[in-house]
Write a protein that binds this ligand. Structure first.
Ligand SMILES: [Mg+2]
Length: 110
């Protein structure tokens, strides 16, 4: 999947979520809701990382779906992009700038 395809999906998902949750008096509530949702998804990823390393109690390990961690990585990425979208962050430019900064800092990318 290309970044442009992912960002197109984010636009469509954003419209679906706005329709589902309705309008807010301002965007602050939507930003807050998406920030909390990102924390929820990050917690789910952390749970699966702990389980992946057998650092959960036995009952949780017994119930573990080993394929679920892939879904949690995707959830974190999608919720991050939805938050960036509602905050009008151009994530493609942000990534380009950040990668360039890292490349310069560590003399990479040559
Ligand atoms: Mg999740």
């Amino acid at each position: 999947m290309k970044l442009k395809d992912l960002l197109k999906f984010i636009e469509i998902e954003d419209k679906r979520l706005r329709k589902y949750y309705g309008s807010y008096p301002d965007e602050e509530k939507r930003i807050l809701a998406r920030t909390v949702k990102l924390t929820e998804e990050l917690g789910e990823l952390c749970n699966d990382v702990l389980a992946h390393n057998s650092l959960q109690r036995k009952q949780k390990l017994d119930e573990l779906d080993k394929e679920n961690i892939q879904e949690e990585f995707a959830d974190v990425l999608i919720t991050t992009l939805l938050l960036a979208n509602v905050m009008s962050v151009d994530i493609e430019k942000a990534l380009e700038r950040k990668i360039e900064k890292i490349n310069k800092r560590y003399d990479l990318g040559k």
